[in-house]
Design a protein around this ligand. Structure first.
Ligand SMILES: Nc1ncnc2c1ncn2[C@@H]1O[C@H](COP(=O)(O)OP(=O)(O)OP(=O)(O)O)[C@@H](O)[C@H]1O
Ligand SMILES: [Mg+2]
Length: 247
């Protein structure tokens, strides 16, 4: 008989059914892709959904300030600010303020782990949601360490009952070094792409890996829409022309 396990809703309309109902509890999922492809906004949906359900949520932001995250969330109708310190902690690696409990003095994997655990203790011991946006920052100056650092993060946070998104940048032009560390360690990989076609920017995702899940295998055209956030526009047709979009 199959063992039962819980899946968490991603909060992105229509996405859950692509992964048999949601992300398996406890998974580490890598959101890998180019700048501006929606990784942060996809992550905000996950947190908004967690807050709606009353889950403890921790968001580590390394490239945008805390205010940038709460403002972006508010554009899609989510009031993150009122949850701060109660069900949500946003750990800010940019602002470097000594008096701020949730500010990182050094941007290292060790500091991230320590703060995330501290946050979890404050928020309560139930099953939580964690976003590390982005892990690439943690190995910017040492890409060869990417895999080791990713593994360290996964291992150190394993017993803290999080389901985790780790975003990572991936640029076709600068080889795959940044994406690679996290991808092998991750239980799931969602790849984000962008293409300019006929003079217009288009965005795509594909689920490349989701352990223990009969996941969708199509390329989906997606977008970020004013007032709504991340939306799935539709499957990309299996025409040669459309396949080229993802290459
Ligand atoms: N209020 C809004 N209305 C419509 N589109 C928006 C809005 N806010 C953001 N966007 C779109 O979302 C994009 C930013 O998405 P997001 O920050 O999630 O990207 P990302 O993949 O995290 O990028 P990076 O790797 O640089 O962090 C913007 O470039 C814009 O196209
Ligand atoms: Mg981002």
């Amino acid at each position: 008989m199959q063992e039962e396990f819980e899946r968490l809703s991603t909060g992105v309309p229509g996405f859950d059914r692509l992964v048999e109902g949601g992300i398996p509890q406890g998974f580490v999922v890598a959101l890998t892709g180019e700048p501006g492809t929606g990784k942060t906004i996809f992550s905000l949906h996950f947190i908004a959904e967690g807050l709606r359900k009353g889950d403890p949520c921790v968001y580590v932001t390394t490239e945008e300030r805390r205010e940038s995250i709460t403002r972006q969330a508010s554009q899609f109708g989510w009031d993150f600010s009122s949850h701060l310190g109660k069900k949500l902690v946003i750990i800010d690696a940019l602002m470097k303020e000594k008096d701020d409990q949730w500010s990182l003095m050094k941007v290292t994997a060790e500091e991230v782990v320590q703060k995330v655990i501290e946050a979890k203790k404050v928020l309560g011991y139930g099953k939580g949601r964690l976003v590390i946006d982005s892990v690439s920052t943690l190995f910017l100056d040492k890409p060869a360490m990417a895999r080791k650092i990713s593994y360290y993060l996964k291992r150190s946070l394993d017993k803290w009952k999080f389901t985790t998104y780790m975003t990572s940048q991936y640029a076709v032009t600068t080889s795959q070094a940044f994406g690679f560390g996290i991808e092998h360690v991750a239980d799931g990989i969602i790849r984000f792409r962008r293409v300019v076609k006929n003079g217009r920017l288009r965005k795509f995702i594909i689920i490349e890996k989701m352990r223990q899940t009969d996941h969708d295998k199509h390329v989906w055209e997606v977008d970020v829409e004013k007032g709504r956030g991340f939306v799935l526009l539709g499957k990309v047709d299996e025409r040669a022309e459309d396949f080229k979009l993802m290459k």
